[in-house]
Design a protein around this ligand. Sequence first.
Ligand code: SF4
Ligand code: SF4
Length: 487
Amino acid sequence: MARDSLSIAQTSDAPLHAGSVLSTLNDDGTRRWLRPRVSLGRFLSGRRAVAYILIAIFISLPLLRIGGRPLILLDIPARRFHILGQTFYPTDTLLLALLLVTVFLTIFWLTALFGRVWCGWACPQTVYMEFLFRPIERFFEGAPGRRNLNKLQSSSLRKPLKFAVYFVCCFGLAHVFLAYFVSWDLLSQWVFGSPVAHPVGFVVVGFVTLAMLFNFGYFREQVCLVACPYGRFQSVMLDRHSLTIRYDQTRGEPRKGSEKTDVPLAVLHGQASAGDCVDCRMCVTTCPTGIDIRNGVQMECIGCAQCIDACDAVMAKIHKPAGLIRYSSLAAMKGEKFKILRPRVVLYPSVIVLLSALFLFVLSGTGIADVTVLRGPGQPFSAIGDTDIENHLRLKITNRTAAPARFQVSVTGVDGARIGADAADLEIGPDQTLTNSLPLLVPRSAFLEGKRQVVFVVHGPGEFERRIPFVALGPSGGGSKHSEDHQ
Ligand code: SF4
Ligand code: SF4
């Protein structure tokens, strides 16, 4: 197996063992629990800053409003999504599809450029695991490999206390998560009200809390290793010039083996080595997915750069230049010139620009309201006395604005055609949809062959006008009274 290919197995001729198949598997099939060391360094500092900014954004997004609407609210019960001040309805399938495809293509593009930058720097799984739950764990159980534990860390209460704090965090995060679906205002009412009054919300919070607790307390890195699909297909998104975290084999090999896997750094000083790697395994013990980056780029590598920080610290101590493990590309490692203009790096942004333009074009055409005219259930028309035919229709108007709006409905195209008075003038609340019966009265004499085209005209606030052609049905044969029998 080539060292630079993505693999789940170690690259050597040695026989396969459980750890080659899954880095968290012991030979007897049990789980190898990981407690990665923290490696301080520039990348950890950068990731920590990004993580806390992202956590702050996650918590504050449901609180923010734009143009009178929530910045983000996925209001599933009301079947509408508020995203960045814009409201999307189930009828906006094209817009939502464009938005979704654009987001995915952007992730593909970033992956082609920077490898798994999303996984290592911004994925909620990494952010919360590494910068919230692991620090809590270290607080209660001590840092991995540390022997002088304090009183709390050596007490038998350390695990129950850790899980109690985990529970509080998960409970809080579950509420924030729910706020994306029900808004902070409603959530606040629920929090201070009785759970009996909102059983669904209560069950959702309970379920999300337990799911998070299971994930961050037990499942952990298994999400990245076996559950997340993104890691599985990243290999098709990378090319020779994609930036990934790599071990410089030319410089590092042959490595000087240390006698123990956990050699104190001081011992390393002055060690002679053919290559720069002193086989201290600091890059391995710090890895949150338990892999050895020296075996080549692997599917399990989430690009967290902890191995870079660990190895740079070792290099500094043995007075070698940093960067034995570094952000690089397959081409650069082979001494090839970096190529910025590659097919996928050009293709992805081109399609993204195209889709974004299409999205804006479709969005600009939505106007302040959606209007639909539908035939009502039951008989299509009935006679009103000797003079008129009534079509039983339904009118659906969605007010897409953040303020109440009045809409006037009229009909044109046939002399004497009119609408029942109570359907002609409608007030609709902000972001509300009104479905109303729409009685259309057309003179009997207008029907020559059982139908007649009319045009509904809907006026709303400002310049809003929507014209909807519609075929009214009536008696055939010139409108004689008996012809209504075929209804
Ligand atoms: S941290 Fe650096 S020196 Fe130590 S084993 Fe890893 S690559 Fe080799
Ligand atoms: S190999 Fe390095 S970058 Fe990849 S997950 Fe492990 S520590 Fe992070």
